[in-house]
Design a protein around this ligand. Structure first.
Ligand SMILES: [Zn+2]
Length: 238
């Protein structure tokens, strides 16, 4: 058996590990999660707008209620004075009555304003409920996808651990002096540094070597270093 065989076995495991890493990077759940997170971001932005509008309306309503409370207090005071018997001059009594009537009218106007604000609040509250429900649905979706993703990642992790253990075993049998070129070619040639020569075809680039080159290679021992003339990869010969 050629001394390159063990390196080819290492290559097969490295290729498998690369594929697993690629699969882990490109799990569909990863893209799904990104999409759901974008949707969550959009809902949160809408919620912030709606909540700010709700806050404005609620503050306006509170201001009106405070005003109503203070006017009601004033009207009650004036009425108390009116019926206390301490004021007897008709002109003063009339003035007090006018005052009470005017305050009551003002209260009634403010109550109308408050009603308007409550009507404006209704659709905003409805929108808030709808967005909150949507946010909840998306949270659930994100949780489900995250769980799916973790499961898929764990499966890949387990497979990768097996591949790496097997790779370590194969690597122990590789002669030390073969590593530098293997590492260099792997970095240069998309992860594949070494391939089998099947007939006259390099299994690395799938191109046929020239008859002259095949003829030259055949005369060399299988332990000799041979590169594919097309792609430059190391070739393992039977
Ligand atoms: Zn080749």
């Amino acid at each position: 058996m050629s001394r390159w065989e063990s390196l080819l076995t290492v290559q097969e495991h490295d290729t498998r590990a690369d594929q697993l890493a690629h699969r882990a990077q490109n799990l569909p759940a990863r893209a799904e999660l990104a999409t759901v997170n974008e949707q969550i971001g959009a809902v949160d932005r809408d919620l912030a707008v709606v909540e700010s509008r709700r806050g404005e309306l609620s503050r306006s309503q509170q201001r009106l209620e405070d005003e109503i409370a203070s006017l009601t207090e004033r009207a009650n005071q004036a009425e108390k004075q009116l019926y206390s018997g301490t004021v007897s001059a008709p002109r003063e009594l009339q003035a007090l009555q006018d005052d009470v009537a005017s305050i009551r009218r003002r209260i009634s106007q403010i109550e109308d304003d408050e009603l308007e604000i409550m009507e404006l609040t209704e659709p905003v509250d409805a929108q808030h409920s709808q967005l909150t429900a949507e946010r909840g649905r998306l949270d659930g979706e994100a949780m489900r996808i995250t769980a799916d993703l973790a499961e898929a990642e764990a499966e890949i992790e387990a497979e990768l651990a097996t591949v790496q253990a097997e790779r370590a075993e194969a690597a122990a049998a590789v002669p030390e002096d073969l590593w530098p070129e293997y590492d260099r070619l792997r970095a240069q040639l998309g992860g594949v540094a070494i391939a089998r020569l099947a007939g006259s075809t390099c299994q690395g680039c799938h191109l046929a070597l020239s008859a002259v080159e095949i003829d030259r290679i055949r005369k060399l021992g299988t332990d000799e270093t041979v590169h594919c003339e097309e792609c430059g990869r190391l070739l393992v010969r039977d």
